[in-house]
Ligand binder design. Structure first.
Ligand code: FAD
Length: 462
């Protein structure tokens, strides 16, 4: 049966569209964190929506499940096949074009496999901003960003990917093409069906194209790094920044002193300000003048009332890049420190200080010797609460410790990275049975044979 399917796929895709040699499939078979090695039957690389539809029909007829894959930068193992050797990876990497830009209507249309950075650059060339920014943007794709409802550092101002999706083109589990790639700002004509495919990690359909919202490109940007005495002070600083900078505030990142210690010890990176227990990196952007003056006044007020201990505002674009490099290298520093358990959690923004305190106590008592590397998007209540393990420590037990604290604050065990195959079991425990039942109803309605990305988000077989 698999030989028959391979020859059918070769006929649909042509020689450059199908990979079936193990050596050619290595990078498609394992996730970015190298936690979930799989073994695909083959990698199908369609070049058009029509080919995606044909591949889906052929795989369905042969009973071979499909695993959609974009840039394979996902952090939950959602884009890789299982080890059966029977699943087909459907890579969108040959569908990689920007389709159109409308600088007045503020939209960009792109193929699902278009690299996020390529779409950002195209928007910039048109004098506009595609306001999704994440460290994986050089490899992540528009389809992957949509399918994971990605966040990143600009959520505080522009929302998650969902807030930017105006239209989608998708292929369903039976091969039907549904063209909802409309550019409309307002469209209440019936159910908003595109929402079904945003953040559902390729389990309900395959995204083949997207229309995303652009925003005017701010002419002035201010980037500042501050040290603060505590997470509560960082929260007070957020309130101050909201008052003084209003909705120009586009990033508000919290980083612990331990994060900076890792940067110094492993990467020789040091902040240009006096060290503190906690740091905040904030950015604001506006086209009207006066932004820098407002930021300087806010910084002076924070230093005066003790909310901030020290601070610097970047003088040049290069300095701003250096400040961002500190934030972006924290996970590199952590990887060099040793094995860690990563927790991408969210709680209500005002509860972040209390959450950090409670989680630190839980780790100190339940996993003595472990080190907490906490950093992330304070402006969204999203903390990457990573725990570097002491020798011999049980990672699963640490997950439970942290997620129990998240539950006490009615938070989420996955703020932006999704569930993939990494957190399936925990989702079943942490979400109410009624929510899981509703999710299963949706899955059964759109993919009754569990043919699209089985075992991701929900257990295989529903
Ligand atoms: P993939 O990894 O290929 O796929 C991810 C999931 O989407 C899989 O379930 C896959 O099956 C599905 N999928 C992919 N394409 C399609 C499609 N066309 N149709 C249907 N399903 C599809 N994420 C954040 O949210 N915020 C961050 O700040 C962030 N920072 C990161 C930093 C680094 C260094 C790395 C490696 C990752 C980071 N991520 C972050 C995670 C990741 O980059 C995002 O989830 C991204 O959106 C994944 O895009 P991708 O194209 O690589 O998708």
């Amino acid at each position: 049966m698999s030989a028959e399917l391979l020859s059918r796929l070769a006929a649909i895709l042509g020689p450059s569209g199908l990979l079936a040699d193990e050596a050619d499939m290595v990078s498609y078979a394992i996730d970015w964190r190298r936690l979930f090695p799989g073994r695909p039957l083959c990698v199908a690389r369609p070049a058009s929506t029509a080919e995606v539809s044909e591949v889906v029909k052929a795989c369905r007829a042969a009973g071979a499940a499909i695993v959609p894959q974009g840039g394979n930068t996902g952090l939950a193992g959602g884009a890789v096949p299982d080890a059966s050797g029977a699943q087909v990876v459907l890579s969108l990497n040959r569908m990689n074009k920007v389709r159109a830009i409308d600088p007045v209507g503020l939209t960009i249309s792109a193929d699902a496999g278009c690299i996020l950075k390529v779409a950002q650059d195209a928007a910039a060339e048109a004098g506009r901003l595609l306001p999704i920014s994440l460290a994986a943007e050089g490899s992540a794709t528009v389809g992957g960003v949509v399918s994971t409802n990605a966040g990143g550092v600009n959520v505080v101002r522009y929302g998650m990917a969902r807030a930017l999706v105006l239209g989608l083109e998708v292929v369903l589990a039976d091969g039907t093409v549904v063209d909802m790639a409309r550019q409309l700002r307002k469209d209440n004509a019936g159910y908003d069906l595109k929402q079904l495919f945003i953040g559902t990690e390729g389990t309900l359909g395959i995204v083949t194209g997207a229309v995303l919202r652009l925003v005017p490109r701010p002419r002035h940007t201010v980037t500042a790094l501050l040290s603060v005495p505590s997470p509560q002070a960082a929260l007070d600083l957020l309130a101050l920044a909201q008052d003084e900078l209003g909705d120009t505030l586009s990033a508000f990142e919290l980083m612990s002193g331990y994060s900076f210690d890792l940067l110094k010890r492993h990467l020789n990176l040091t902040p240009p300000i006096a060290s503190g227990d906690w740091f905040v990196l904030l950015e604001a952007g506006a086209s009207l003048s006066g932004l820098r003056e407002a930021a300087e006044a806010a910084l002076a007020a924070a230093l005066e009332n003790g909310t901030a201990l020290d601070g610097v505002i970047a003088e040049t674009g290069a300095q701003a890049t250096q400040l961002w490099a500190l934030r972006e290298h924290i996970t590199d520093g952590e990887a060099r420190e040793g094995k860690s358990m990563k927790h991408d959690v969210s709680v209500p923004i005002v509860d972040v200080p209390a959450f950090l305190e409670a989680a630190d106590i839980a780790i100190a008592e339940g996993a003595p010797g472990a080190k907490v590397n906490a950093f992330g998007h304070l402006g969204d209540g999203n903390i990457h609460y990573n725990v570097v393990l002491a020798p011999g420590q049980d990672g699963a037990a640490i997950n439970t410790l942290v997620h129990d604290v998240v539950a006490r604050f009615a938070g989420s065990i996955s703020a932006e990275h999704g569930i993939g195959q990494y957190r399936v079991d925990e989702l079943l425990i942490r979400r109410a049975p009624a929510e899981i039942a509703l999710a299963r109803t949706l899955k059964r309605a759109l993919d009754p044979d569990d043919f699209l990305n089985p075992g991701k988000v929900l257990p295989a077989g529903g």
